[in-house]
Design a protein around this ligand. Structure first.
Ligand code: FE2
Length: 309
């Protein structure tokens, strides 16, 4: 069993948080660090155990004014050295679906969401997912929104999270559909003035935040290595909302229907869920992760933490 004082992962839960969860931005304090599962040594071992297909290593290559995304591999570099390399460079590592291949993290993930489910009457999560994100000083994640319930848990370093209002001004329904239909991996339309309306939070070790479904956000690391845990979850209302937006997207694409409703309850959900299923079966979704050529290997002895291959 995990050794945690009073056996709770969230240290400062208050009864009113159940009304705010998933509806407003909330920042809470967590005890993930006390589990011992997120020290650099422990994470080094996780990196070494990670199946190749679940280990995303990316950077940017500059060619004059042009820049392109490049992909890395671990090679024979140890996990701890990989973290040291990321600390020196401009690299982000995404350790995906940890609970699928590391049982102690599955146990932790279930404990966390069982805790949420216990504390919020009627809140029942499924398809829970835990990933670990290790990223270089000053790395940025551009403006986007996510498909499912999302939370971000800080372990090491500080990152600034910009959270934008959940309105059509900041993310049009058509763009949410594009994300849900996985038609785009591109950044969402963003204007500099959006930031005037953003809530900005500097996330420190031991803090976590969660935000409303589909709320657009971007993230900027401070000038330090960042280790964060990302968790995803689904609930019945999140699934209904997905089905409605997904179905609307399909209708818009097949019969050009506009002015579709995005209410996530009521009888209209079911035909839309059905059309979503049909669309999926037709295989019209773009492939998610395709195998890419590896351009570099992590190397802590190099100035930028990487060597070309
Ligand atoms: Fe996100």
């Amino acid at each position: 069993m995990l050794m945690i004082p009073d056996n709770k992962i969230i240290a400062d839960w208050q009864p009113h948080h159940k009304d705010l969860f998933g509806v407003h931005v909330i920042k809470l304090h967590h005890r993930l660090i006390d589990t011992g599962l997120f020290t650099r040594e422990a994470l080094g071992k996780v990196i070494e155990r990670c199946p190749t297909k679940e280990l995303g290593i990316e950077s940017v290559s500059f060619d004059g004014d042009d820049h392109r995304r490049v992909y890395g591999e671990l090679g024979k570099t140890s996990g701890v050295d990989a973290i040291a390399a990321i600390e020196k460079g401009r690299i982000w590592m995404n350790i995906r679906r940890v609970m699928d291949w590391a049982p102690e993290y599955r146990e932790l993930l279930d404990k966390i969401f069982d805790e949420f489910d216990d504390r919020m009457d009627g809140f029942k999560t499924f398809k829970r997912n835990l990933g670990i994100l290790i990223s270089s000083p000053n790395c940025k994640v551009p403006y986007h929104a996510d498909i499912q319930g999302q939370s971000l848990w800080q372990i090491e370093g500080i990152k600034r999270v910009f959270l934008y209002p959940r309105s059509e001004v900041f993310m049009a329904p058509k763009n949410i559909e594009k994300i849900l239909l996985r038609e785009t991996t591109e950044d969402m339309p963003y204007r500099g003035w959006f930031d005037e309306f953003a809530q900005t939070i500097d996330l420190h070790p031991g803090e976590m935040i969660t935000w409303p479904l589909y709320a657009p956000h971007k993230v900027e690391n401070h000038d330090c290595l960042n280790i964060s845990v990302t968790m995803e979850h689904w609930t019945k209302p999140i699934w209904n909302s997905y089905a409605v937006h997904y179905g609307n997207g399909v209708l818009r694409r097949t019969i050009g229907l506009n002015n579709t409703s995005t209410r996530d309850h009521g009888v209209h959900v079911y035909p839309k869920a059905a059309s979503a299923l049909i669309w999926k079966k037709m295989g019209k979704q773009l492939e998610g992760d395709v195998i890419k050529t590896r351009n570099f290997r992590l190397d802590p002895s190099s100035d930028n933490g990487r060597v070309a291959i």
